[in-house]
Design a protein around this ligand. Structure first.
Ligand code: 13P
Length: 340
């Protein structure tokens, strides 16, 4: 298969009506934090049991078309010895892999961050592909504060994302391009709009410079939201209107799918906001979906608590959230559906 048809096959399997992506790629410190909240020890055994629980959830493939895994998970197995990427693939869920190595401060841009991991990336991608990964994910992070993000931060992060995306495509791996404007702070929704527009404009400019084929990427952006501590909150309709306006300004129609991150919204908020976006999207050129970690997994972790006897309840919690977000893909979710 040519690289082009390989990329296209992965896009066709991932950008599917009614479905979205499960992000289960928490790094070791992040999963330790999530486990601590429900009193689970962050051992390799517990991480393996938890990720196995997620990927063997009956019926998950009805609403989930792709799963982002952490490196360790690629090599882990279910209780009956099946590699976890294979367990996902058997449910019709495309396995992918987080390939960035987290953020460090960006020198000469106080307050801004930049993501590491480009060195040796192509060798790692070749190995991940052999383990079953068909797509990758890389996250750049933009905090909003007085002077942040700076123009230096915006340009540098865009350049890194574009280099990552070009390397992935050269190896037949679909890149998920994730520029996350953080929810932290008390900024207004309009400030978030302005920052997100500048960030995504720079990202697509850099993707163009690096000759990345937009038909073969998935964009994973943050929604346009007021800061977590902002006095003035926003309705799902206002969030949808501003998120769509910003996307129309910056994202070319060639991009097949936009899968939002949840970024600290509650599970219910993330679903209601995605629903409002789809209800208002009209004939938008891209599919508008989800790639949630916390908004899909928080109820699962609470139900599980590290106990084998809770696995079924935890899987039911995941199935429910996946189904509700599946409904939000068509704007047909209602708060009433939370009760079932
Ligand atoms: P959240 O949905 O928890 O923001 O995580 C998304 C993400 O970036 C993981 O890939």
């Amino acid at each position: 298969m040519s690289i082009q048809s390989e990329l296209q096959a992965t896009i066709s399997d991932m950008v599917v009506e009614g479905k979205g992506i499960l992000a289960a790629d928490e790094s070791l410190p992040t999963i330790a934090k999530r486990f601590k909240a429900v009193n689970v020890e962050p051992t390799e055994e517990n991480r393996s049991a938890y990720r196995s629980l997620l990927l063997t959830t009956p019926g998950l493939g009805e609403f989930i078309s792709g799963v982002i895994l952490f490196e360790e998970t690629l090599g882990q197995k279910t209780a009956d010895g099946k590699p976890l990427p294979q367990a996902a693939a058997e449910q019709g869920i495309v396995p992918g892999i987080k390939v960035d190595k987290g953020t460090i401060p960006l020198v000469n841009a106080p307050g801004d961050l930049v993501t590491q991991g480009l060195d040796g990336l192509s060798d790692r991608l070749v190995a991940y592909k052999e383990q079953g990964a068909r797509f990758a994910k890389w996250r750049e992070v933009y905090p909003i504060a007085g002077h942040n993000p700076t123009m230096l931060g915006i340009k540098t992060n865009a350049e890194v994302l574009a280099r990552y995306a070009a390397i992935c495509q050269s190896l037949g791996i679909v890149p998920i391009v994730e520029p996350e404007v953080l929810l932290d702070g008390d900024h207004t929704i309009d400030r978030c709009f302005e920052v997100t527009e500048a960030v995504q404009h720079a990202v697509f400019h850099a993707l163009h410079r690096h000759r990345v084929e937009l038909e073969h990427i998935i964009l994973k952006p943050s929604m346009v939201l007021p800061g977590k501590d902002a006095l003035k909150k926003a309705s799902p309709e206002e969030i949808a209107e501003k998120t769509l306006a910003q996307l129309r300004r910056t994202v070319p129609a060639a991009v097949p799918g936009i899968n939002f991150l949840s970024g600290g919204q509650t599970p219910e908020e993330a679903t209601a906001n995605l629903n409002a976006i789809n209800a208002m999207a009209g004939n938008a050129p891209w599919q508008l979906s989800f790639s949630y970690a916390r908004a899909l997994q928080d109820p699962v972790l609470k139900a599980w608590q590290g106990k084998t006897e809770n696995v079924q309840a935890a899987q039911q919690a995941l199935y429910k959230r996946a189904k509700l977000n599946g409904a939000a893909r068509t704007g047909s979710y209602t708060a009433e559906m939370e009760k079932n």
